[in-house]
Design a protein around this ligand. Structure first.
Ligand code: ATP
Length: 516
């Protein structure tokens, strides 16, 4: 079996080879942590965005969308706390001259203890076979107990250092845990420093009227500053939500893991405004609903887990992440935060405008509390690809790479393939495609053997291939070939549309989500 690292490399090169993701400005050598989406990538990305947007604005009568500007009056970022506190703790290794996030180095160390525990369990499971009781083993095996104690102690110390903002202690943890630089292998570390992640630029043409502004590091502040506009013009009643999809920018210290951590990325955020005191109920509700949204895609329920936060951001009174099992371990894809009334209060203070809601039932005004669901489009994209990418060994020694993408998200829904490039087959295939193209993105291909054409479509995750042959001209039937099973079936041309329609409909995913 390929190592995790090899599997990830294979996925990254697949993304490039099949037009999903390219390094930005690659002809000039690329730009670290910035990527472009190619012809298939943009379709998949748009489908992910649609899946999210419609799940918010169609399924919920009380959620509306907006599209705020990337540039905002800079006081916004004073009020939000980003100018003073949007920092990451960074540390340099003097020998390799490489820069790391101190918290990430320690988190990796925590993961190492978990790996060690898992390895011991795997060894024991092999040894004891069916009689193996994992829980009992973990609570009694001396070595596992020692690892677990070390991990818990480290975890506690780390959480306290983060909460106290104690940079010296973070460095001391790195030294005490004997964490080495992966490049130089040494422990020659500098002190830990804070680094602000916002990109700054200027607005205005002449020297005396320019103003420093920031590229937004998160999209939600555009929602908060528009709270009253939307509430009043939309006559919204609490509880209600505002959804937005848009670009965000962070000058990330450690740019790694492909599109997992980018400097320019896209977020899908929804801020749900509710009555003070009801926020924990709504927090629970959204935590639940968001996980259902992920699971409905069918990538495998075991690939998701919650991770409740130890360190709460300055604005939050509860927070959890939804993590997905990436090729490099379980990682955050989405955050769900109970942000209290912090943002609206702060914008109220800094702008001098009262950002309050008059509750007709209570007959009083208050600043609503907010539950936020915040997911990165790019991380979602990566999780969908990682969960769909398979290298399969076929009978007869052949291999195929297939993306078992959820059909609703697949960039191309259907490929129409004339078996031969003559005898009127291309014309018939074109005619079929001309009917389908109004509703589905289709591909038409006549070059190469049919087997090679199937492989190319498997590699980009096209759920259906329609092959047109001589029999089609006689009885108006075609062969449908299914991506996942490779099974083939003869159906009437008139049945193609409804077959595709049923399989790629987001409606079925939404129904599933609303059921359980
Ligand atoms: P991390 O701890 O990984 O830096 P975060 O907790 O700072 O992430 P949030 O501020 O909660 O992230 O942002 C919400 C979502 O935005 C994340 O769950 C993630 O999907 C996405 N996101 C954040 N930073 C990046 C980035 N640099 N590149 C791609 N997506 C990102």
């Amino acid at each position: 079996m390929a190592s995790q690292e090899d599997a990830f490399k294979a996925l990254v090169s697949h993304c490039k080879e099949y037009g999903f993701v390219f390094p930005s400005s690659e002809i000039y050598g690329g730009l670290a942590a910035v990527y472009d989406y190619g012809q298939n990538g943009v379709e998949l990305k748009n489908n992910i965005k649609k899946y999210w947007w419609d799940s918010m604005t169609l399924l919920h009568q009380n959620i509306v969308g907006i599209d705020a500007a990337i540039f905002m009056e800079p006081t916004t970022w004073k009020a939000s706390g980003h100018v003073d506190a949007f920092n990451d703790p960074l540390i340099d290794n003097r020998d390799s001259k490489k820069r790391y996030r101190a918290d990430v180095l320690i988190e990796d160390q925590l993961a190492k203890y978990d790996d060690k525990i898992n390895k011991e369990c795997e060894k024991a499971a092999k040894k004891f076979g069916d009689a193996f009781d994992k829980e009992q083993f973990i609570s009694t095996n001396a070595r596992v107990k020692e690892y677990a104690e070390k991990r818990d102690a480290l975890h506690e110390r780390f959480a306290k250092a983060l909460n106290d903002n104690n940079l010296d202690e973070l460095k001391q943890i790195i030294l005490d845990e004997e964490i080495v630089c992966p490049i130089s292998g040494t422990r020659n570390w500098t002190d830990v420093k804070q680094f602000n992640l916002m990109f700054k630029t200027q607005i205005g043409a002449s020297a005396d009227n320019t103003m420093d502004i920031y590229l937004r590091p998160e999209t939600c502040q555009g929602i908060f500053t528009n709270f009253l506009n939307v509430q009043k013009t939309g006559r919204m009643k609490i509880p209600f939500g505002i959804a937005q999809i848009g670009k965000a920018f962070r000058n990330e210290i450690v740019a790694r893991q492909f599109i997992f951590r980018m400097r320019e990325f896209e977020q899908m955020e929804m801020q749900f405004f509710c009555k003070p005191g009801t926020e924990m109920e709504w927090f629970k509700h959204w935590k639940n609903f968001r996980l259902k949204w992920h699971k409905a895609l069918g990538l495998g329920d075991q690939k998701y887990r919650y991770h409740d936060h130890d360190k709460l951001a300055h604005y939050a009174n509860a927070a959890t992440d939804i993590e997905f099992e990436m090729p490099f371990g379980f990682k955050e894809v989405e955050g769900i935060h109970s942000r209290t009334n912090w943002d609206l209060s702060r914008h109220g203070q800094f702008s001098g405008k009262k950002l309050e809601y008059f509750d007709p039932e209570e007959n009083k005004s208050y600043i609503p509390y907010v539950i936020e669901t915040s997911i990165g489009v790019d991380r979602m994209f990566l999780s969908v690809l990682a969960g769909s990418y398979k290298e399969e060994q076929l009978e007869g020694g052949d291999k195929r790479v297939v993306l078992n993408l959820p059909p609703a998200l697949a960039p191309i829904k259907c490929a129409v393939l004339p078996l031969l490039k003559k005898d009127g087959l291309p014309e018939k295939a074109q005619a079929i495609m001309n009917e389908l193209k109004f509703d589905f993105r289709c591909a038409y291909e006549e070059k190469d053997t049919i087997g090679k054409r199937y492989r190319r479509q498997d590699a980009i995750g096209t759920p259906f291939c329609i092959t047109v042959d001589h029999q089609t001209l006689e009885d108006n039937t075609v062969t449908v070939r299914y991506r996942d099973t490779m099974a083939q079936e003869r159906i009437s041309v008139d049945a193609i549309h409804s077959k595709i329609s049923e399989a790629v409909s987001m409606r079925n995913l939404y129904k599933k989500m609303m059921q359980d």
